[in-house]
Write a protein that binds this ligand. Structure first.
Ligand SMILES: N[C@@H](CCC(=O)N[C@@H](CS)C(=O)NCC(=O)O)C(=O)O
Length: 215
């Protein structure tokens, strides 16, 4: 979705199509039916290191969301921070539960993604999906697969009987979906190894936001 009218929210997403962290935000924008303008930042060409982009995010990472409001532009980075902001400003449909304990569960899942799965598995994804087979280091892949499996085992223990990671579809699912979507080519078969996670991911794949957020 790219068209905006004056009555609609003015949201600009600086993103890269192949970036999983950008997709985390695209999923929430799609779930909430929010029109947004995409600004493509090709990180493979260093477009995230230009002075203009570094002004938006000095860490040089996508995604960045700019929300133009009457009070001025709100500029945000970090997918989980952006998603919490979208949830607060555009609360319908809700992607956070109401009960404090369930909200804390969603945040604990997102924290596990941000602090453990994303940094560990990001390097596995780069090695397996972006490098030619002959350039991939077998030892590194095996070590990252092992570390990823340990985190997915903990994720399995943190989730209940579904249908999604924290019961209803939530910001937690948005954070995990892009990585779960590439586990098979990374050599981790969710259905066989982590059936509870596979079940939640299968449900998430049925939602229109899955296909709509792919690029
Ligand atoms: N924790 C950040 C991670 C952002 C991130 O690592 N983005 C990657 C793309 S998926 C990036 O911009 N990489 C470019 C670089 O580090 O030079 C988030 O969730 O938004």
């Amino acid at each position: 979705m790219t068209t905006q009218t004056p009555s609609q929210p003015r949201l600009k997403l600086y993103q890269f199509a192949a970036s999983g962290n950008s997709r985390i935000v695209r999923i929430v924008l799609e779930e909430k039916g929010l029109p947004f303008e995409r600004v493509n930042i090709d990180v493979t060409k260093g477009e995230n290191r230009t002075p203009e982009f570094l002004k938006l995010n000095p860490r040089g990472k996508v995604p960045v969301l700019v929300h133009s409001t009457p009070e001025g532009d709100v500029v945000l980075s970090e997918s989980s921070v952006i998603n919490e902001y979208l949830e607060e400003v555009f609360p319908t449909p809700p992607l956070m539960p109401k009960a404090p304990a369930k909200r804390a569960q969603v945040r604990s899942l997102v924290y596990l993604f941000d602090t453990e799965l994303s940094p560990t598995t990001g390097l596995l994804i780069i090695e397996k999906l972006l490098k030619k087979p002959e350039e991939q280091r077998a030892d590194f892949v095996a070590e990252r697969q092992k570390a990823t499996r340990e985190i997915l085992a903990r994720l399995s223990e943190m989730i209940g009987d579904g249908p999604y990671l924290a019961g209803d579809f939530s910001l937690a699912d948005a954070s995990f979906i892009p990585v779960l979507a590439v586990m098979a080519p990374c050599g981790i078969i969710l259905e066989r190894e982590f059936p509870k996670i596979a079940r939640c991911f299968a449900a998430a794949k049925q939602r229109p936001s899955f296909a709509a957020s792919a690029h």
